[in-house]
Design a protein around this ligand. Structure first.
Ligand SMILES: NC(=O)c1ccc[n+]([C@@H]2O[C@H](COP(=O)([O-])OP(=O)(O)OC[C@H]3O[C@@H](n4cnc5c(N)ncnc54)[C@H](OP(=O)(O)O)[C@@H]3O)[C@@H](O)[C@H]2O)c1
Length: 333
């Protein structure tokens, strides 16, 4: 990619989108793609209602029955045809201009609990919207990096999930992301679909920021100890996304910081690094928390394929957490 070529970052105001913009560096021009210009939920459906393409043609058919619920959810969903076409036209003409060589789609409906009561909004952005972006990228010969999540898994295994492990999401959010993966793959088989997890970083509220804020209030608080995953620093992820996107990597990839932790362990480490009292955070259980959306109990991702593609493993989450918290901006948050 030459300096004159451009990367379109959809969701550039978000936690990851901000890091991706930074990671692009001076070697390329970033076009910021906010919700105001490119609303995935509005682009997510064509003017005449269609159901998503059958997943049976795609690998990992264990959850193919789940398309039935998706068809039900999509019935009667969506903004007006004029709105839909305005959003599609805007993105389409930008991609048709030939300036954009790579789209990194960090946009999405990410409120896991709220998605349980707003499935149509999650589906419009994460499934149909993701598919619409892929369709336009395919039409105009633009490369695409699309983001997905460890929440596509049910957490019943106790070894790191590989890319070819069957996905069985437990939540509306997880299902909307899995179906988004399928539409992206169907429209643009050369897309790079990256599943990441448990993001922390600058610029948007996230788990670590909430933990630090609670500890600074000086009162004990609880964090679940029975959810284990792959905490991941947005800057490490973003640098890898830009590298792989520029190289034209494709397929499905698990990309997280190395190692694993429970939410409780992650919170304790964050407090210790920030010079706060780790004893303030007490363990609790997922059942006691009773959140609206079910989460996988164990969703560590196997990053070996990513390490092969990148030529090195990702740094550990603890190393990443230290780098993040040693950045003055976050310590002041
Ligand atoms: N956060 C995590 O722990 C995590 C874990 C695994 C995977 N992921 C995936 O990583 C990606 C980025 O997540 P994130 O944590 O950066 O999310 P985030 O901070 O919530 O940012 C999401 C971005 O998407 C934008 N957006 C929301 N709805 C939209 C719509 N209908 N049309 C266009 N833009 C829309 C938001 O716009 P506004 O700025 O207007 O709100 C925001 O800029 C997502 O695909 C997510 O599923 C995240």
């Amino acid at each position: 990619m030459t300096a004159a070529e451009e990367i379109l970052v959809l969701g550039h105001h978000g936690l990851l989108g901000r890091a991706v913009r930074e990671a692009c560096g001076p070697g390329c021009r970033v076009i910021a793609g906010g919700r105001d210009s490119f609303d995935l939920a509005r682009m997510g459906r064509p003017a005449s209602p269609v159901v998503p393409a059958a997943a049976s043609a795609l690998p990992g058919s264990e959850t193919d029955q789940s398309l039935d619920w998706l068809r039900d959810e999509l019935t009667g969903l969506g903004p007006s045809a004029a709105d839909l076409h305005a959003g599609l036209d805007h993105l389409g003409s930008l991609l048709a201009s030939g300036q954009v060589r790579l789209v990194i789609n960090c946009a999405g409906y990410t409120d896991v609990d709220r998605a349980e009561s707003e499935p149509e909004a999650a589906l419009a952005a994460n499934t149909q919207g993701a598919g619409a972006v892929a369709r336009l990228c395919a039409r105009h010969g633009v490369r695409l990096v699309h983001l997905s999540t460890d929440y596509v898994f049910d957490g019943q295994t106790r070894r790191p999930y590989r890319e070819d492990d069957p996905a069985r999401p437990l939540s509306v959010y997880g299902r909307s992301k899995l179906e988004g993966e399928r539409l992206v793959r169907e429209h643009l088989p050369s897309a790079l679909i990256v599943r990441s997890a448990w993001l922390f970083g600058h610029g948007r509220e996230n788990f670590i920021g909430k933990v630090l804020a609670q500890a600074r209030a000086g009162r004990p608080f609880t964090v679940v100890e029975d959810q284990v995953g792959s905490p991941t620093y947005t800057m490490d992820l973003a640098l890898a996304l830009v590298t792989l996107g520029r190289r034209g990597a494709s397929g499905l990839l698990h990309l997280v910081n190395a190692g694993q932790a429970s939410r409780h362990e992650l919170a304790r480490q964050a407090l210790a690094i920030a010079g706060l009292d780790p004893e303030l955070v007490r363990p609790t259980t997922t059942a006691a928390l009773a959140a609206p959306a079910a989460r996988p109990a164990w969703s560590v991702l196997d990053g070996r394929r990513a390490a092969r593609l990148l030529g090195q493993p990702q740094p550990t989450w603890l190393d990443a957490l230290r780098r993040y918290l040693q950045t003055p901006e976050e310590n002041k948050a």
